[in-house]
Design a protein around this ligand. Structure first.
Ligand code: ADP
Length: 484
């Protein structure tokens, strides 16, 4: 049978997957892409570590492989389903049976054996590619981020063939670099420690190895794909990425439009859609009440849902808060991350009760209520591979105000005079990394907000733009097919 005429079998390897375990956008993508690809003609089975949350979510399961020794202990590979996802769960208690965050211990530091943990994940993905699971022979392995990036290197050094590997880079800032002694512990041969191998500035570089050995490399937006090939955006890997430019492509992320559906979202106060934007307003009142903000429909209410890190540019927002307040604005912030930023926003909220509300923590339900309730969502990132919150914002009628960088540049159409004249604008963009530029954007947004017609056009344009996986799912499928 011709490859194009049958359903493709894709083995995805990822360290997190929504709704089972999530620290960021990687989980959303790993959780949503299988559904999009299923509709288009590919079956994704996803290999994930057996963290406690994953083991607990796994329903009926079947052991498909037993591994006597996997970097320090035995492991079982379970096949099963959870949340409609077809999973292969790597149950290796010595590596993954730990509480909390997938990468960090309770002291907030990386687990000291992260190299071993994710090398094990990659090793088992490579094993599956080479026939570990009876009757299952994936056509392509789709490895996500540094945690799975060793797959093509392992296959390369085994010299026993295996399916082609596509590596997707969700964030080049996380590279998985470890001390050279790691090499023997994770079972790679000594000759791999070479500039044309896994060696990266004197360390073992997981992502570097993935970039070098994968058949294709994708990242999550076209602009980010170009940015990472420059010295400014390449984080030390731009030379290698330029060398692989012919095999590198940017494919925009989508969002799961059934999870993010304002006409059918169980946690928001009032359902609405592009034809009923007026029905959105109870959500603003609900949010203001819930967060102790003044219940004023006329004040522009800005929102943030983010990791609080310097990548996300929230120090700029902290500095720009006086300008936001001078526009009669309010702020609803949900996030967790760097202690200085957490403290900064908490202090600001204490100084401006009723105007600034800050919730430190991770809260899926509140993130939906913020998207439904705020007038405008702020994403002032210094760099942003794709960004998902602005896509959710578009869908929920929260006009995104974003730095013109990475996927933010690709997904929001700035309300400049030309775009406004043509009726295509969906948000506001400003140059990244600059407080004055951000302040200008806040003023511009508040001015637009006071023009009810212009504002509802922005909302409607955003709500009717396609933020689903439809197009990008097809781009992934075409890429996978091109490798057969
Ligand atoms: P990144 O992956 O860099 O953190 P993205 O915008 O790609 O950024 O994805 C972040 C995802 O995590 C989005 O789905 C966003 O809604 C969610 N998120 C971030 N912080 C929080 C939080 N504190 N509570 C709930 N959801 C959050």
């Amino acid at each position: 049978m011709r490859a194009s005429g049958r359903r493709l079998k894709i083995l995805a390897a990822t360290s997190e997957i929504f709704p089972l375990i999530k620290t960021g956008g990687l989980a959303d993508v790993a959780g949503a892409l299988p559904g999009a690809l299923a509709e288009l003609g590919a079956d994704v089975r996803t290999l994930v570590p057996g963290y406690p949350a994953v083991m607990a979510a796994l329903g009926r399961r079947r052991a498909v492989a037993r591994i006597g020794e996997l970097i320090g202990g035995p492991a079982t590979l379970w096949q099963g389903k959870a949340a409609a996802l077809d999973l292969l769960v790597l149950d290796a208690p010595h590596l993954f049976d730990r509480p909390g965050n997938p990468y960090l211990g309770t002291n907030g530091r990386d687990w000291p054996d992260n190299a071993e943990r994710f090398a094990a994940l990659a090793r088992v993905a490579a094993d599956i590619g080479q026939g570990l699971v009876p009757g299952y022979h994936p056509d392509v392995i789709h490895a996500h981020d540094w945690q799975a990036a060793l797959v093509p290197a392992i296959l390369h050094y085994r010299e026993r063939g295996g399916p082609p590997v596509v590596l997707t880079i969700h964030n080049l800032a996380f590279q998985g670099c470890f001390r050279p002694e790691t090499l023997s512990r994770i079972g790679l041969p000594e000759r791999a420690f070479h500039v044309d191998g896994v060696e990266f500035y004197g360390e073992v570089g997981f992502l570097k190895a993935g970039i070098l050995f994968s058949h294709r490399i994708t990242t999550v937006s076209p602009t980010y794909a170009a940015e990472i090939c420059t010295p400014d955006g390449g984080m030390g890997l731009d030379g290698l990425l330029r060398a692989r430019a012919d095999d590198l492509v940017g494919i925009l992320n989508g969002i799961d439009v059934t999870v993010w559906d304002p006409s059918n979202d169980p946690v928001i106060a009032a359902a609405f859609d592009a034809e009923r934007i007026g029905a959105r307003s109870p959500n603003k009142a609900d949010l203001q009440t819930a967060l102790g903000l003044g219940p004023d429909p006329q004040t522009p209410l800005f929102g943030v849902i983010s990791r609080l890190t310097s990548q996300k540019g929230l120090d700029l927002l902290l500095a720009a808060l006086p300008r936001l307040l001078a526009q009669n604005g309010q702020l609803a912030l949900l996030g967790t991350g760097e202690p200085a930023l957490e403290a900064g926003f908490e202090e600001a909220a204490a100084r401006h009760p009723g105007r600034i509300a800050c919730r430190i923590g991770y809260d899926e339900a509140l993130s939906h209520r913020i998207q439904a309730g705020v007038d405008s969502l702020l994403v002032p990132s210094r760099f942003e591979p794709c960004g998902l919150t602005q896509l959710c914002a578009l869908r929920y009628g929260a006009v995104p105000v974003v730095a013109r960088v990475g996927g933010l540049a690709d997904t929001v159409i700035d309300a400049n005079p030309v775009a406004l004249g043509k009726g295509v604008a969906t948000g506001v963009q400003f140059p990244p990394g600059s407080r004055p530029m951000m302040e200008n954007a806040l003023v511009r947004t508040a001015t637009l907000f006071r023009d009810r017609v212009a504002w509802s056009n922005l909302q409607r344009n955003g709500m009717t733009s396609d933020v689903s996986w439809r197009k990008s799912g097809k781009d992934y499928l075409d890429l996978f097919r091109s490798l057969l």
